[in-house]
Design a binder for this molecule. Structure first.
Ligand code: DAH
Length: 347
């Protein structure tokens, strides 16, 4: 219930409003105040209605006062609202402040462990006078198999589960395959440059494997080929020992035993003496298979236009992926292609 409007009543309400106004400290309390003092349901609203019923004299006296009261408080409320909104904005700017000029430590990228070891190996071999060679991953059956002394229907083709590519290779009438080995580069390099030749060829190879911790359908190999006069197995042994000792930063021992690969005669298996500390902290060692190698088969030299009467050579092919896993103690091959940062940041 509102009391009737009188000049005294009006100034009383004005005084009260001044006092209430000074304690307003939020937009919410301002809203309550505004509704109470100048809102539709405020005393002011009913006073204007009352005014109409008053006589002319009273109207003359009270009318301007009411209007003055109304204007005063409407302006005061708008001003207060602006002030409170500005304060709120300032507060927000302070708490949300982002210094765009501040520099944050950037996430550093790094070479993949495979690339690191590959580059190291390339440095080691170029230091020994080798050239780095490269070639196609989609290869003719001829370069991948036939020229390497593995004719069609030869059981040796089954040693490597092959992915066939349906269209014929651009420069032959033959089927194409995803190369199963980097040995194709032996043929390509000798056909291109003849002998003598001294190359390594790092690269991807593909096999139709069931993927598990130690098998992937794509992995990296490094092929090596030296063809010259009077090349022997001892050159092969010295070359591999030199490379392995550099990769592992300590003298590495290898052993050579007979093995079978159609493109070499004799074919050899190279094992590496692997020292490790077992679960009980004991120093142990054992022979690990490292790579296939041998003296280049005369048929391979012939297929590549090199005279086997004049030249001989050695070749080897090892798994770069496996070497990286050995060097860093990586137990699951899939990690290498996982793109997991927690994994990659360790190298
Ligand atoms: N290409 C063979 C493989 O992938 C490895 C290999 C064996 C390469 C003997 C050679 C070699 O150059 O002489 O299993």
């Amino acid at each position: 219930m509102t009391e009737n409007v009188t000049p005294e009543r009006l100034s009383q309400v004005h005084e009260q409003a001044l006092s209430d106004f000074s304690s307003i400290d939020s937009l919410e309390s301002l809203q309550v105040f505004t509704a109470k003092v100048v809102g539709k349901k405020s005393s002011l609203g009913s006073w204007f209605k009352e005014l109409k019923a008053l006589d002319v004299e009273a109207k003359k006296e009270l009318g301007p006062k009411l209007q003055q009261f109304k204007t005063y408080w409407e302006q005061a409320c708008v001003a207060k609202q602006n002030e409170l909104e500005a304060a709120a904005l300032n507060q927000k700017l302070k708490s949300d402040f982002i210094d765009v000029t501040q520099s944050y430590p950037a996430q550093k990228g790094a070479l993949h462990p495979l690339s690191q070891v590959q580059r190291h190996i390339e440095t080691i071999f170029t230091g020994m006078g080798f050239e780095i060679a490269d070639g196609p991953e989609v290869e003719t059956e001829w370069h991948n198999f036939d020229a390497l002394n593995v004719p069609a229907n030869h059981p040796a083709r089954d040693m490597q589960d092959t992915f066939f590519v349906s269209s014929a290779h651009e420069d032959s009438h033959q089927n194409s395959v995803l190369r199963t080995q980097t040995s194709n580069i032996q043929i390509r390099k000798m056909l291109e440059k003849g002998a003598p030749v001294r190359i390594i060829a790092p690269g991807r190879v593909y096999r139709n494997e069931d993927v598990d911790a130690t098998h992937d359908a794509m992995f990296y190999q490094v092929e090596g080929l030296v063809v010259d006069k009077d090349i022997s197995v001892s050159h092969l042994k010295g070359t591999l020992e030199t490379m392995l000792s550099a990769v592992f930063s300590k003298p590495m021992k290898i052993r050579i035993r007979p093995g079978y690969f159609p493109f070499v005669e004799p074919g050899l298996e190279v094992d590496i003496w692997w020292e490790y500390t077992d679960k009980n902290g004991e120093e142990k060692g054992r022979w690990l298979e490292f790579c296939g190698a041998g003296m280049v088969h005369p048929n391979v030299l012939r297929n590549s236009g090199v005279d086997p009467e004049e030249f001989s050579g050695f070749a080897f092919g090892f798994g770069l992926t496996r070497l990286v896993m050995m060097k860093y103690g990586i137990e699951d091959i899939r990690l290498l292609s996982s793109n997991k940062r927690e994994f990659l940041q360790q190298f």
